[in-house]
Design a protein around this ligand. Structure first.
Ligand code: ADP
Length: 458
């Protein structure tokens, strides 16, 4: 079977759906291919923090910030490996893209937060749980425009079709057999990263101990398909060895769900002996490296009722602390000693770790691990603990693009008709993606890719 549209988008995650909507807003008919039975990708299961310098909300909270600071932290946070031009686009467009989402009905909370490894309080949280607000906003738009837009689920792109060195379509496997999708203007690759592809992780991993037995926070469709398809037609892949781990995986599933932390300021990490071992406001790679050095690469997140004033308060994954405790995924106690006993760590060590931490909260001084981010002491019952291990989270490397989201070949030349956006691209986050920058990246560059593919008439 053959189908035709102005723009064909491969992947129905946050990047792909942003691209689809923006392509349509710029006059294109659009077909989205999604290999899983439903759209949403990682956005659907993420904490959905979105970094943007936001004059309105930050001023109300008394937070000083600037787009240049966002730029600097992103560039330096990735050890200056990221492309400054792409980072500029990211930080300049982060807030306008929030306004774009709001113009389509999406709601963000008024209060901003610092997300794990995010380095600054500029993370926006959607009102709807997890990333459903993003996906629902795009899907509502697509439904309202269903005469010119179509989403095909259970449909896996397998190959890009070239003619005269130009991408003109995509081959796909659908439940009804092979499908040929012809694109009048362009194809956008938005297939995400490869954190869920163990062989590919092993092939490219250079910076970590073996990742073979680690789990991932990602959805099962994050298998790097788009990287293979793009490479096969000569696209340049960069920084593929830059694989991000988080110290926040569920020990059984690797997923982020069950993570009890609310904001970086109000929790500590302790190892199986009940001792702290790292600055819990540090970069993600720094924290994860430190965790690998602890017994069984295992830690407990410890916090108190400042994070959960009542038992029905929910974490970033829409789970209430009471639910987690009932399910045995978190522990609750009236004293730190009792908490330590429940989780089998040395009570004296835990009490001492918390006391030392509390005295730093009081003075605001940098502590022995270099921590500077504090808000409340851990001193008000109930106290909570949750277990966490290293997990594979994000692949910073990928397809090289320019500031118009056009795909480049090995000689730095644009491949006509081909665009890419989201985690499948490389060159923005360098060695280390800041927490809260992924949603901003995939939304900003998804929108740009859609605009440019729609306008392309090469
Ligand atoms: P991003 O954050 O960049 O949007 P995600 O991983 O969240 O990346 O989303 C990528 C989406 O692309 C997922 O929904 C995934 O199932 C889908 N996908 C991956 N490979 C293919 C493929 N070969 N064909 C169609 N869809 C794909």
């Amino acid at each position: 079977t053959e189908k035709q549209a102005d723009v064909v988008v491969i992947g129905g995650g946050g990047a792909g759906l942003a691209a689809a909507v923006s392509a349509h807003q710029n006059g294109a008919s659009v077909i989205v291919l999604e290999k899983m039975p439903r759209v949403g990708g990682n956005t659907m299961i993420s904490g959905a923090s979105y970094n943007a310098v936001d004059p309105k909300r930050q001023e109300a909270q008394g937070i000083e910030d600037s787009v240049d600071k966002h730029f600097q932290q992103t560039y330096e946070g990735g050890d200056k490996l990221g492309n400054p031009e792409l980072i500029r686009i990211l930080v300049d467009n982060a807030y306008p893209t929030i306004e774009w989402l709001e113009s389509m009905g999406m709601e963000f909370k008024d209060t901003l937060h610092t997300v794990l490894g995010g380095l600054w309080p500029r993370a926006h949280a959607p009102v709807e749980p997890l990333g459903t607000g993003f996906i629902n906003t795009y899907m509502n738009y697509i439904k309202e425009n269903n005469t010119e837009m179509e989403v095909l689920v259970n449909t896996e792109a397998t190959e890009l079709i070239m003619e005269n060195n130009k991408v003109i379509g995509v081959k796909a496997k659908s439940p009804d057999g092979e499908l040929i999708l012809k694109s009048n203007n362009g194809v956008i690759i938005a297939t995400g990263g490869f954190a869920g592809n163990v062989e590919m992780r092993d092939e490219y991993n250079k910076n970590w101990p073996s990742l073979t037995n680690l789990k991932t926070t990602n959805h099962p469709g994050a298998t790097g398909d788009g990287l293979a398809m793009a490479k096969a037609i000569g696209a340049n892949l960069i920084d593929m060895e830059q694989i991000q781990l988080l110290p926040m995986g569920d020990p059984n599933t690797g997923s982020l769900s069950g993570n009890i932390e609310q904001g970086v300021e109000n929790r500590i990490f302790v190892n199986k002996s009940g001792n702290r071992f790292v600055d819990e406001g540090a970069r993600r790679d720094v924290m994860t490296k430190a965790l690998f050095e602890q017994e069984n690469s295992f830690m407990w997140v410890i916090l108190d009722s400042h994070s959960y004033p009542t038992g029905d308060v929910r974490n970033h994954f829409n789970e209430s602390i009471d639910e987690l405790v009932t399910e045995g995924r978190a522990y609750k106690a009236d004293t730190l000693e009792d908490l330590a006993k429940q989780i089998g760590i040395n009570p004296e060590n835990l009490v001492e770790a918390v006391n030392k931490f509390n005295s730093c909260v009081e003075t605001g001084k940098t502590d022995e691990f270099g921590r500077t981010l504090y808000q409340f002491k851990i001193d008000t019952a109930p106290f909570y603990a949750g277990a966490r291990v290293p997990t594979v989270h994000h692949t910073m490397g990928g397809i090289q693009i320019n500031t118009s989201a056009q795909v480049l070949d090995n000689n730095g030349k644009v491949i006509p008709g081909l665009y890419a956006a989201g985690e499948v691209t490389g060159g923005i986050h360098g060695t280390n993606r800041l927490g809260g920058n992924a949603l901003a990246d995939i939304s900003v560059f998804g929108k740009i890719a859609g605009e440019n593919a729609a306008k392309n008439n090469q």
